[in-house]
Every structure is written in structure tokens, then in C-alpha cells.
Write a protein that binds this ligand. Structure first.
Ligand code: GLU
Length: 227
């Protein structure tokens, strides 16, 4: 098992999205993990900022202390329990499309990833990792920039129709830096709300410090979390 946390809270970039992600991931450590990562976005950024490290959350924190990420309006974090691809920096989540404009964290397994990967490679997509998850970033890219013409929810709906398996997903789009897109099938994911901002998490303890107001996303349900 592994974990997802996300936060969107302000139209002015600040340190809170990163703080909430790291705090939340710490609270989910009991579920077990082999690597950890975060993604942050804010208006004006040319791509979503990603940092990920194999090993303990402390490795990621040490790296962030050495090379700080920019302040943000929205963030997502992930602890991984590898199912496809060894525990490594490259295989750690988040995963992203070629220009870094779409970034995904995923808990679960994409069972038909090999077939989807071949199709995407045939369309010119290049893969950096050995994970099943990376197909989601490129498939979102394919629909978002193609048939779905810049509509993230339409692209996510298409992806959900194409993939088989289990997933809890947190997704950032550079073009929507005040929103988190989420969806789940057979893996848990909740939404939390507070006066200051809104959350996603795999489990309540991740966000208990900030809110007790939670909503359990239904199976095959999509969520758009915004300020
Ligand atoms: N199947 C994905 C991977 O191996 C996600 C694993 C997880 O749930 O952390 O990267």
C-alpha cells in the first residue's frame, strides 16, 4: 500500500501545498512505501515542478532542503509501493508527459498498460520509466491535446474508459494551476474541505490535522478540487 495527498488553497503561491503534501505523506507512512515524490504548480509556471526520490521520505525532504521547489498554489504528493519497475528515482511518482504540463500520481495497477504503452509508442510517445503508471500521463496528453481540445475532465473520462485495473489518481495540469483532478476505481481516495483550502488523500489520517470534513469519492467517480 502507499499514499496520495494533495492540496489546493490559494490563488497566491505559497509554501502550504508542499507542507501539506509532506505532512500528509508522513501520516501515511504506516501503509509502507519504497519511494516518494511531490508535484507543485502555480500560475505562470511553464511546467509542473516535480521532485521524487527512492527510499525514505527523509531523502526527498533532504533533497528539497538542498534545492527548493518554487512556491505553489496547488500540490500533490505520493508514496509508492512498486508493482511495475524497481524502486528508483525514475520510477517514483509523479509521472509526467513530455512537456511536463500534465503530472500524475497513482495508487494501484494498470493491467492493460503494456498494450497501451505499445500504442502510445507507435504514436511517438517516449517513456522514461518502467512503470504501468506512466501510460496515464501520456494517454492524458494524447486526449487533452487531441480530441478533448484542452478539457481536462473530458481527457480524464477518456482515459478511464481505456484503462483496466485499479487506481486512485491525483492529477495536475499546468494550464489549471488552481485545481486538482482526481478519480478512483477499486483504490481508496477521499476529498477534504476546509475554510482555507481543499484536499485529496488516500486516507483520513493524512489530512486530519487540517480538516474533519471529508467526502469518500465513489468508485469510478471523478472529482475536481479547487479553491
Ligand atoms: N503500479 C504503480 C507503480 O508501480 C503504483 C504503485 C503504487 O500503488 O504505489 O508505480
Amino acid at each position: 500500500m502507499c499514499g496520495i495527498v494533495g492540496y489546493v488553497g490559494s490563488s497566491t503561491a505559497c509554501g502550504k501545498p508542499l507542507e501539506v503534501c509532506l505532512q500528509g505523506l508522513k501520516r501515511l507512512e504506516y501503509r509502507g512505501y519504497d519511494s516518494a515524490g511531490v508535484a507543485l504548480a502555480a500560475p505562470g509556471m511553464d511546467h509542473v515542478a516535480v521532485r521524487k526520490k527512492a527510499g525514505r521520505l527523509a531523502n526527498l525532504e533532504a533533497d528539497l532542503a538542498k534545492h527548493a521547489l518554487p512556491e505553489a498554489t496547488v500540490g500533490i504528493g505520493h508514496t509508492r509501493w512498486a508493482t511495475h519497475g524497481s524502486p528508483s528515482d525514475v520510477n517514483a511518482h509523479p509521472h509526467f508527459n513530455r512537456d511536463g504540463s500534465i503530472v500524475v500520481v497513482h495508487n494501484g495497477i494498470i493491467e492493460n498498460y503494456a498494450k497501451l504503452k505499445q500504442t502510445l509508442i507507435g504514436r511517438g510517445y517516449e517513456f522514461l520509466s518502467e512503470t504501468d503508471t506512466e501510460v496515464l500521463a501520456h494517454l492524458l496528453d494524447y486526449y487533452y491535446k487531441g480530441k478533448c481540445a484542452g478539457n481536462p475532465l473530458a481527457a480524464l473520462t477518456k482515459v478511464m474508459q481505456k484503462v483496466e485495473g485499479s487506481y486512485a489518481l491525483g492529477i495536475l495540469f499546468r494550464d489549471f494551476p488552481e485545481q486538482i483532478f482526481a478519480a478512483r476505481k477499486d483504490s481508496p481516495l477521499i476529498v477534504g474541505g476546509s475554510e482555507e483550502g481543499n484536499f485529496i488523500a488516500s486516507d483520513v489520517p493524512a489530512i486530519l490535522k487540517y480538516t474533519r470534513n471529508v467526502y469518500y469519492i465513489g468508485n469510478m467517480e471523478l472529482s475536481l478540487i479547487h479553491i
